[in-house]
Structure formats: C-alpha cells, structure tokens
Design a protein around this ligand. Structure first.
Ligand code: PXP
Length: 240
C-alpha cells in the first residue's frame, strides 16, 4: 500500500492568525486519520511559527494518530522528540528566513552530529527519515548516516509541472535515486509542493512508498469546505 502522510502545519498557520483555538490542528489530525490518511506530519520549527509545543503534546498523546515529527537536527529538538516519542521523525534543514523548507539537507559524512541524532532516534524505535534532494551522492550518504528512510524533496519537479515546463529529466533523476535507495534498503518517501497532478506523475515511480503532502491538501480543503460552511451560516440566518 502506498501511504499518504498529511501535513497539518497550515491549520496552525490559520489558527495563529487570530491567536485563538480555531481551527484546531488536533481535530484536523483526527479528521485526516478518520478520512484515510496513514499518518500526520507536523513540523515543530525553532521559531514555532505554526505548530507549537502544545500541539505536539496533545497530538502525540493520542496513540491512534501515527505521528511524523519534522524537526531540525539540533540537540534541543532531539530532546523534545525523545520526550514525546512520535512514531516517526523526519529531519529537515531549517532556515529562519525561509517561507517553507526550500531544499534537502546538506549532507556531509563528517557531520557526526546528524549521525548521532539518527542513531539515538533509531535506538528509541522512532523511524528515522532524512529530507534530501534527489541526488545519488546524498542517497549514499544517507545510508552511511544510518537513517531507515529518505524523503525526496520534490519541489523542483513540482515547480516544473506547475509552470508547464519539461519535467522528464527531473522525473528520471528521481526514479534513479529511488531505485538506488531501494537497493540500499532505504524506504523511499516523497514530499514538497505536491498537488494532484504532480502526485499522479510521481506514482509511476513504484519505489516511492509514502507521500507527505501539506499545503495543497489544506488549501484544497478550504476551497472544498466553503460550500458546506456557507450553507450552515445561511441556515442559521434563515432561522431566528
Ligand atoms: N515533507 C517535508 C519533509 C516537508 O518539510 C514539507 C513541508 O515543507 C512537506 C513534506 C510538505 O510540503 P507541502 O506543504 O508543500 O505539501
């Protein structure tokens, strides 16, 4: 089965715009799982711009929600992960100024800190993943670092598809990387910028076993949900 992880960061973005409780990332997580999502992804950023510590606490306490925590490779985040024990951790690069995660990790075999964080998570039975660019060199380094999974950053192909440019070369590159990763016994995931069209295109790559999708799902849910919410208000206004 190909799995769908739903990233609910932007439910928190909308909530934080008012500093109140609505909409609730926790309720969104429950709704996503009951609708067939295989896991929930939240990115606890160092600046807490969307998901906050309380969201992590509440969501991780419900063991019926398979939880994937995205985090930077810092000792502070490792401590938080070991405390709340999400099912999965995906380590991502983080820059304060960026609007979203712009690229994969900058892997370096000499970076002992990353390997040590991955090792500690593995020892705690938290499935580890590294968010990387589709690069043969990075797949080999990811294996050396000891992760169980890799998540391929799909931002480049997503942009090519959205801008109606030729994406074949990038698709071939992702395919080659996915095949190498599978041969090294790394589970292959994909994420970033995915919509219906890009996901359909990537589905041709049988090695990709999990898709993590956020912004498009939340945006599309707003567009789809508007009708029902407006109908509810019209009913309220009709009845005194
Ligand atoms: N996977 C990872 C590792 C991410 O950091 C993100 C968010 O940038 C996503 C998937 C989801 O990306 P998007 O919100 O563009 O679908």
């Amino acid at each position: 089965m190909i799995k769908l992880g739903v990233n609910i960061d932007h439910v928190a973005t909308v909530r934080n715009a008012r500093g109140e409780q609505h909409p609730s990332p926790y309720l969104a997580a429950i709704k996503a799982i009951s609708s067939g999502a295989n896991s929930i992804t939240i990115h606890l950023r160092e600046d807490r711009r969307h998901i906050n510590d309380n969201d992590l606490k509440i969501i991780s306490s419900n063991k019926k929600i398979p939880l994937n925590l995205e985090m930077a490779a810092t000792l502070q985040m490792l401590k938080i992960a070991l405390k709340y024990k999400p099912n999965y951790v995906c380590i991502v690069p983080e820059k304060r100024q960026e609007i979203t995660t712009e690229g994969g990790l900058n892997l370096d075999a000499k970076n002992k800190k990353l390997a040590s964080i991955v090792q500690k998570l593995n020892q705690s039975n938290i499935r580890t993943s590294l968010f990387i660019n589709p690069s043969i060199k990075d797949i080999k380094l990811a294996k050396i670092i000891g992760t169980k999974c890799i998540e391929i950053h799909t931002g480049k192909i997503a942009n090519l598809v959205k801008n109606k440019k030729n994406y074949k070369k990038e698709l071939d590159n992702i395919k080659k990387c996915s095949m190498l990763a599978e041969s090294l016994n790394l589970e292959v995931h994909a994420g970033h910028g995915l919509d219906y069209r890009t996901t359909k295109i990537l589905r041709k790559i049988s090695q990709i076993k999990e898709y993590n999708i956020g912004h498009f799902i939340i945006g599309e849910s707003i567009q789809f949900g508007l009708r029902n919410v407006i109908k509810t208000f019209k009913n309220i206004l009709r009845n005194k």
